[in-house]
Write a protein that binds this ligand. Structure first.
Ligand code: GAR
Length: 222
C-alpha cells in the first residue's frame, strides 16, 4: 500500500478527484494518510474529514524561515510514513530541504501546458487570465515531478483543453479542471503506485508494466 500525503490550499477539487478514484477502485493500493493545508479552514480539509482522512494546517506563517517550514512538513510526513507527496492545488513554496528529502517523490498539478504560463507567480486563476490575454487556442494541465525551481521538474502527463470564444478566466479554469486536472492527477498517482514511472534526465518514461529493476537502473526508479 502506497502511503500518500496531499498538500492543499483551497477548495480541494483535485483532492476529491483522487479520493473518488481510490473509492471507485480505479487507483488501487494507495492510501491518503494525511492532508496538509497551507491555509486554515479551507474546504479541502472538510473534504478530508468527510472521508475520515486526517487533515491539518501547517502554514508558512507559523515559521521564521523556509528551512523551519520544510522541517515541519518533513517531520509530519515522515511521522505518517508518507512515500509520495501530492501537491493538489498547493499554493505555498517548498524549500531546498523538502525537495532534497523527497527527491522524485513529490508531484504537482499545474493548470497550463508547461512550459507555457507557468513559473513563479503563475498559480490558481492567474495562468488562465494570461492564456486568454495571449490569444492561444489551446491550454490544459500538467502533472510533473517537483524540483526546487517552480514548474520545472520532469513532466509525467499533460492534457490539452481548447480555449473557446466567450471564455472568462473562471469558465476556462473550470473546464481545465474538469477535462484535464481531475483526470491526469489521479492517473499520475496510479502510474506511480504501479511503479511504472522512470525518470531519465528531464523525461519521464511510462512503462506498460512495472519495470524489472537491475541494480544499475535502480537509482532512476521511483
Ligand atoms: C487547481 O487549478 C490547480 O491546478 C492549481 O490550483 C487549483 C486548485 O484547485 N494549482 C496551481 O496553480 C499550482 N501552481 P483545487 O483546490 O480545487 O484542487
Amino acid at each position: 500500500m502506497l502511503k500518500i500525503g496531499v498538500l492543499v490550499s483551497g477548495g480541494g477539487s483535485n483532492l476529491q478527484a483522487i479520493i473518488d478514484k481510490i473509492e471507485s477502485g480505479y487507483i488501487r493500493n494507495v492510501e491518503i494518510v494525511t492532508v496538509v493545508s497551507s491555509k486554515p479552514g479551507v474546504f479541502a480539509l472538510e473534504r478530508a474529514k468527510k472521508y475520515g482522512i486526517e487533515g491539518t494546517c501547517i502554514s508558512r506563517k507559523f515559521f521564521n524561515n523556509i528551512d523551519e517550514y520544510d522541517e515541519a512538513l518533513i517531520g509530519h510526513f515522515v511521522e505518517h510514513k508518507v512515500e509520495l507527496v501530492v501537491m493538489a492545488g498547493f499554493l505555498s513554496i517548498l524549500g531546498e530541504r523538502f525537495n532534497k528529502y523527497y527527491t522524485n517523490r513529490v508531484i504537482n498539478i499545474h493548470p497550463s501546458l508547461i512550459p507555457a504560463f507557468c513559473g513563479k507567480g503563475f498559480y490558481g486563476i492567474i495562468p488562465h487570465r494570461h492564456v486568454l490575454e495571449s490569444g492561444v487556442k489551446v491550454t490544459g494541465a500538467t502533472v510533473h515531478f517537483v524540483e526546487l525551481e517552480a514548474d520545472t521538474g520532469p513532466i509525467i502527463l499533460q492534457k490539452a483543453v481548447y480555449v473557446e470564444e466567450g471564455d472568462t478566466p473562471e469558465i476556462l479554469q473550470k473546464r481545465v479542471m474538469e477535462q484535464a486536472e481531475w483526470e491526469i492527477l489521479p492517473e499520475a498517482i496510479k502510474l506511480f503506485a504501479e511503479n511504472r514511472l522512470v525518470i531519465e534526465g528531464k523525461k519521464v518514461l511510462i512503462k506498460k508494466t512495472a519495470p524489472v529493476l537491475s541494480a544499475a537502473s535502480k537509482k532512476y526508479s521511483i
